[in-house]
Design a protein. Structure first.
Length: 410
């Protein structure tokens, strides 16, 4: 098949959005011929990688707006209007391209965001949308504990998504999608509400075969103390305050335990003060920001990953933890709720902060007291990542979906 892909973010060797774009392109190209429209500022890294590792099935189209229409964009500032203009620009580029090439499918990959439209949907070609996320929200009861900046952020995010509901281009994207891929249950619901009739729940995240093998080779942590780790940016919606509170309760039951927090961000001082207030500051260790490799080294020295995020579309660290044989304790929200199951960890419902803290602490206590349960979940995590979340398996799955859902039928 000939597939035209939109990947605003697409860079080799990166995580998050750029890594999603790059890895999905690589996998689709294993089976099909792919034309990729991406940002012009991605060209240097892509050209260098393709020179080292050729991708003969991929044709790169690097597009950017004229300088006068993009000089004002700085980082996140002006991103949304810029993205709309970029989408319109690639639509015109794609429209010209369709006069030369008969595409079977158009496929939007990045941004991984359901409330921003893809103008490729306007072409008279079967359209695949996603995987996209962004439909998750921090439960209302949990927002009372946020800092003023955190509450403003959540309100602004809610407002942006509320405005998007009235976007005619977004509705056209949803209605014209022959297949929508949602990273979370909340996003699936919102995509259907916009008019997308065929939606499949599927995570955008994956790990390479090399990463899976390397993480699987890590030995289990079998020495005292029982050690819990959380990894990520210290942001209000990551829920690390719930982690500190849950550990404070656990510490009374399992005195020989520690909580490691790897990452940095605006919540660091607030979290440190909370640990001191709860009397566990000598057993909560803040390691600061680290490279991915160093963060994984910290994971090697721990028994369990605690990931109490309140609205994570992805949660890649959960996959890395499962691949390393570390059980995951998380809230039953967002991307982690899709990735983690009863064979790989413990999911806790999020009804209220008090209930969540108590149940997170209880889950950690179960794992701390039961090394056999940890060993069972360790095996389950490694198996699940290998079967469901390897990039190669995702490529095979996407190829099966193209065929079995008859996406390319006219």
């Amino acid at each position: 098949m000939r597939i035209l892909v939109s990947a605003y973010a697409c860079e080799p060797g990166k995580g998050s959005e750029p890594g999603v774009g790059w890895n999905w392109v690589k996998q689709i190209a294993r089976f099909h011929e792919v034309w990729v429209i991406t940002r012009a500022n991605n060209e240097t890294l892509i050209r260098e990688e393709v020179e080292r590792n050729p991708m003969p099935n991929v044709h790169w189209i690097f597009y950017d707006l004229p300088y006068l229409l993009r000089f004002w964009k700085k980082g996140e500032r002006g991103l949304r209007p810029y993205y709309y203009l970029w989408q319109y620009g690639i639509y015109l580029t794609a429209k010209r391209l369709t006069k030369e090439i008969k595409f079977d499918v158009t496929h939007h990959l990045t941004f991984v965001n359901y409330w921003l439209p893809s103008f490729l949907a306007m072409l008279p070609i079967p359209f695949v949308w996603g995987p996209v996320g962004g439909g998750e929200s921090a439960p209302r009861k949990f927002r009372l504990a946020f800092s003023p900046k955190g509450r403003v952020y959540e309100s602004a995010r809610d407002l942006a998504r509320g405005v998007a509901r009235w976007d005619p281009f977004l509705h056209q994207t949803a209605r014209r999608a022959k297949l929508g891929l949602a990273t979370t249950r909340d996003t699936e619901t919102k995509m259907r509400a916009l008019g997308c009739r065929n939606v499949v729940l599927y995570s955008e995240a994956g790990l390479s075969e090399d990463d899976i093998l390397r993480l699987a080779a890590l030995p289990q942590h079998r020495e005292a103390p029982f050690r819990i780790v959380s990894i990520g940016r210290l942001l209000h919606w990551k829920g690390f305050d719930l982690g500190v509170r849950a550990f404070a309760r656990l510490a009374r039951e399992l005195p020989n335990s520690e909580y490691w927090i790897v990452g940095d961000g605006p919540e660091r001082i607030r979290l440190w003060n909370l640990a001191r207030e709860l009397g566990v500051d000598e057993r909560v260790f803040f390691w600061g920001a680290m490279s991915r490799q160093l963060a994984l080294d910290r994971l090697l020295d721990c028994d369990v990953l605690l990931h109490p995020s309140l609205h994570d579309s992805g949660g890649w660290v959960c996959l890395e933890s499962m691949a390393a044989g570390r059980p995951v304790v998380c809230l039953d929200l967002g991307g982690p709720a899709v990735q983690v199951n009863d064979e790989t960890g413990i999911k806790v419902v999020a009804q209220s902060p008090e209930q969540a803290v108590e149940d997170l602490s209880g889950a950690l206590a179960r794992l701390g007291r039961d090394p056999q349960l940890r060993a069972k979940l360790s095996l389950g995590g490694r198996q699940r990542v290998k079967e469901v979340f390897s990039w190669n398996r995702k490529g095979e799955w996407m190829n099966e979906v193209y065929a079995t859902t008859n996406v390319a039928s006219r």
